[in-house]
Design a protein around this ligand. Structure first.
Ligand SMILES: Nc1ncnc2c1ncn2[C@@H]1O[C@H](COP(=O)(O)OP(=O)(O)OP(=O)(O)O)[C@@H](O)[C@H]1O
Ligand SMILES: [Mg+2]
Length: 494
């Protein structure tokens, strides 16, 4: 009992397994007197009647003794032919009041015999318990078995039998019907509960799988973000280290430039003095030595080239300083919080950092609009811009365009509380079948080592989830692609 309760609770089973009370009996016999006798048996009034007809005596044998006159609480119906019995069984089923058992005669001329009737009835109501009342001269056991098959719904009762047998059979077969119905009900309730539970478990399983997928994605994004952050920190550290020597190289070059110009003035004086030397022997020898030294040092050439060399050196130092500054600004390793930032300046910085990726395939066209500062994490947005620029460069390369024909356009504009950034290319375009996959993590069409397929999925998470913005694109095969980032000016209150 305890076990059943536990199982019922575990499966969430509230079904009532109790089979309905059913004491309905059908007596099928072509002899009306037999029906009356069954009525009397069940009422207990056949006992002691003592005056059975010949056929009744063949059915019931001796008249039962008065002590056996116990009553059985049944509701008895009668059918006089097999066809009628089948109709009653079908009608009872339709009314949802099936018979629990039937007493059935074997010989019922002119219609079906008891065996055929049993076979037909079980086709409609397989639960009916049947007592086949047979005489020695009827079918052999083997032939009945051959027609009915092995079944536990059948009891064969040899005539004549006494009323106690009939009463006890009725009682126990009614109980058997009830317990087997109860077991069937219980089984179907359990099956239902198992099906429901299986469904629930499948749903839980599916949501767990989705969660695992989500977590794996977050994990990989985190790893990628951490990787980018540490590369950024490294780059910022290197930039800082380069910054100091570059400054004193710059200062020293400036000093050398002014020192050389001072020396050049002195050399000018010397040359005037040389020209005014007397033509005497000693003067002639000195002038010849100095002219030879000037020629050996290629003084005119130095005079022309030294200012240009200083010019180039200072330009180079300025360029290195710009890259170093961009490297420092690009990653802002300390900028974890959102703060107001100049997106146009950030794009310029990113273009400097990414130059090596596009300089051999495209030129850059910028159209920076007059936009307000945006509350954002600018180092994260820089990563987004970098990936879009690198993707654009790859797409132009893929299209086979020469460097002169490749164009990456970067455009910004302000619109109703938003800042919009467009990064477009005239590269290969995105094929229609890939358009709904490009934001999927790990989707890439690039060879191993060139792309991991994480750029756009991280960009999407950064723009949409972290900044409350949108990331979309338009693409045409052979003409190019434009990605559009929109971020709210006032940041994202998550
Ligand atoms: N501008 C573009 N033009 C054409 N195809 C593009 C463009 N941008 C992205 N794609 C397509 O979308 C895919 C996914 O891009 P995503 O940036 O996510 O990954 P990836 O560039 O392949 O690798 P990763 O960015 O991780 O190095 C690319 O492999 C490419 O097929
Ligand atoms: Mg990419």
């Amino acid at each position: 009992m305890l076990e059943r309760t536990a199982a019922a609770v575990d499966l969430g089973c509230t079904a009532d397994f109790e089979a309905p009370r059913n004491r309905r009996i059908l007596v099928v016999d072509d002899n009306p007197a037999i029906h009356e006798d069954f009525q009397k048996i069940f009422r207990g009034s056949l006992a002691g009647a003592g005056d059975l007809s010949e056929t009744e005596a063949a059915f019931f044998g001796e008249a039962p003794s008065p002590e056996t006159g116990a009553t059985v609480d049944v509701e008895m119906d009668s059918a006089f032919q097999g066809e009628e019995a089948l109709q009653r069984v079908v009608a009872a089923l339709a009314e949802n009041r099936p018979y629990a058992m039937a007493f059935m005669d074997v010989r019922m001329p002119p219609g079906w015999d008891g065996i055929e009737t049993a076979v037909r009835i079980w086709q409609r109501d397989p639960h009916l318990q049947i007592v086949l009342c047979t005489a020695y001269s009827d079918y052999s056991w083997e032939s009945m078995r051959a027609q009915l098959g092995r079944t536990d719904r059948l009891v064969i009762l040899k005539k004549p039998f006494d009323t106690v047998e009939a009463l006890q059979l009725a009682d126990s077969l009614i109980e058997k019907w009830r317990t087997s119905r109860q077991a069937t009900l219980k089984m179907s309730a359990l099956e239902q509960a198992v099906r429901r539970r299986t469904r629930e478990l499948e749903e839980v399983n599916q949501s767990l799988q989705a969660e695992i997928r989500g977590r794996k994605l977050l994990e990989s994004q985190l790893v990628q973000a951490q990787k980018l952050e540490s590369i950024g920190q490294l780059a910022a550290g290197i930039a800082h280290e380069i910054n100091t020597p570059i400054q004193y190289i710059g200062d020293s070059v400036e000093f050398l430039r002014s020192a050389v110009s001072s020396i050049e003035q002195v050399v000018g004086e010397y040359r005037q003095a040389l020209d005014s030397l007397p033509e005497s022997d000693s003067g002639g020898t000195l002038r010849a030595r100095l002219v030879a030294a000037e020629e050996a040092a290629e003084l005119p050439f130095l005079h022309a080239e030294i200012p240009r060399a200083f010019e180039r050196t200072q330009q180079g130092i300025a360029h290195v300083s710009k890259i170093v500054r961009a490297m420092k600004e690009f990653s802002f390793p300390d900028a974890r919080e959102q703060s107001y930032s100049d997106v146009n300046h950030a794009l310029q910085t990113t273009l400097v950092v990414a130059r090596n990726e596009y300089k051999h395939v495209a030129r850059i066209e910028t159209h920076f609009g007059d936009i307000p500062e945006v509350k954002c994490n600018i180092s994260e947005l820089n990563q987004v811009f970098l990936n879009l620029i690198v993707n654009a460069a790859h797409a132009i390369q893929e299209s086979g365009k020469c460097a002169a024909a490749g164009v990456i356009s970067v455009r910004t504009l302000a619109a109703e509380g938003l800042v919009e950034i467009e990064i477009g290319d005239n590269g290969c375009g995105i094929p229609a079948e890939n358009r709904n996959k490009v934001f999927d993590p790990f989707f890439t069409t690039k060879p191993v080592g060139r792309g991991t397929g994480q750029g756009l999925s991280i960009a999407y998470a950064t723009v949409v989830q972290k900044h409350g913005g949108t990331l979309s694109f338009e693409s045409e095969m052979g003409r190019g692609t434009t990605f559009r980032v929109r971020v709210p000016q006032e940041g994202y209150a998550s």
